[in-house]
Design a protein around this ligand. Structure first.
Ligand code: GLY
Length: 363
């Protein structure tokens, strides 16, 4: 078991990582006078696979508990999804002394965090990520949100949790496509962190897919450690935190225009490939380095089919991206591992080039 602290200006919170560590929640919620009522938003699939494990632990807390089972999938991250949770909290008479706990992947965490941040002007929230993607990225750092008008995460808040418990027991039952999606965000951290971590991921790529415990623990720990260091310097994405969006301007557009049939992490990897080509086009990467850096994302098996037919719609989604300034699309580009450039302006023909090269290299 590993424990670390995420430090933000207003508050620090613990992140616990390990196998079968969910029962450590007792120490975190049995604080005198706090958390008398637990409203638990749990992904329906996770609940059916782990019902006994989850309910046994929570029933022993002797608190008022309600399990709200969330339909899996990106379409739950919507006004409808939000409304249903908030209505149920009102109906079940949950007040300000509630701790909302999310148990699930990125969708569950983002939606629950948003619900907690607006319910009665804000109640406390904690996350128990059950996917690799949520463990290495989305459960940490306090971003919450829903999709709206087909724009990804266009509505949301920054709202830090009270604690995060990453119990890798949940990850061991994930379907292959969910691991693939998590590896997408992991590849992002390979590029952001340093050569040592990049090489570790490259070398242990197959062991990640076979969910080898020590490898899983290490990649989650290192990603959370890195993300935590970024969050502690820039919680609200005024500057440094933007690097965590490497590949995401492309990725969000790819996801939106496929109506979310593409998994987020897979879209992120496609987006990173596009960002590498764009970095090359802007002179930040030599051809040799481009070829070298493409090797890691290309180890994932991805389908290119959707991109080529919809260039205009991809651009439309990019113009709606939150990172834009003065109506211009801005990108996070890379000149080396751990060397990022943020807010880079590029022209449409360069974007077109990057998308076409992405399609080409994935075919
Ligand atoms: N997923 C990127 C961030 O939390 O900033």
């Amino acid at each position: 078991m590993k424990k670390m602290e995420i430090k933000t200006k207003n508050r620090n919170y613990p992140v616990i990582i390990g196998n079968s560590v969910l029962d450590l929640i007792y120490d975190l919620i049995n604080q005198p006078g706090m958390y008398e009522n637990l409203f638990i938003v749990v992904d329906e699939n996770v609940f059916s696979l782990h019902e006994k494990y989850i309910t046994n632990i929570f029933n022993e807390t002797n608190k008022k508990i309600h399990f709200y089972k969330l339909k899996p999938g990106e379409h739950s991250k919507s006004f409808d999804g939000l409304e249903t949770i908030l209505s149920e909290m009102i109906e079940k008479k949950y007040g300000r002394d509630t701790l909302l706990i999310s148990i699930g992947g990125g969708v569950t965490g983002d939606l629950s965090g948003f619900a907690a941040s607006v319910y009665m002007r804000g109640i406390q929230v904690a996350h128990i990520p059950t996917t690799l993607l949520a463990a290495v990225d989305s459960a940490i750092g306090g971003k919450t949100g829903i999709n709206f008008n087909n724009y990804k995460n266009i509505l949301g808040t920054f709202y830090q949790p009270q604690f995060v418990i990453i119990d890798t027991k949940f990850i061991s039952t994930l379907p292959k496509e969910e691991i693939n999606s998590g590896v997408g965000e992991l590849i992002k951290y390979a590029f952001l962190t340093n050569e040592i971590f990049y090489n570790y991921i490259y070398k242990n790529f197959d062991k990640i897919y076979s969910l080898e415990e020590s490898v899983l623990n290490k990649i989650i720990y290192k990603s959370v450690l890195f993300k935590g260091s970024v969050i502690s310097k820039d919680e609200f994405e005024g500057g440094l935190r933007k690097i965590l969006n490497l590949g995401h301007t492309f990725a969000h557009a790819y996801e939106s225009q496929t109506n979310y049939s593409l998994k987020h992490g897979e879209a992120v990897v496609m987006g990173i490939i596009s960002a590498l080509f764009l970095s090359y086009k802007k002179g930040l990467l030599s051809e040799r380095r481009l070829k070298k850096f493409l090797k890691l994302p290309l180890r994932m098996k991805l389908s290119p089919e959707f991109v080529i037919r919809n260039y205009q719609s991809i651009l439309k989604y990019m113009y709606g991206d939150k990172k834009n300034r003065e109506g211009e699309i801005r990108f996070i580009l890379l000149s080396g591992i751990g060397n990022l450039a943020t807010d880079v302006k590029v022209n449409e023909s360069d974007i077109h080039y990057a998308i076409e090269e992405t399609v080409e290299v994935l075919s």
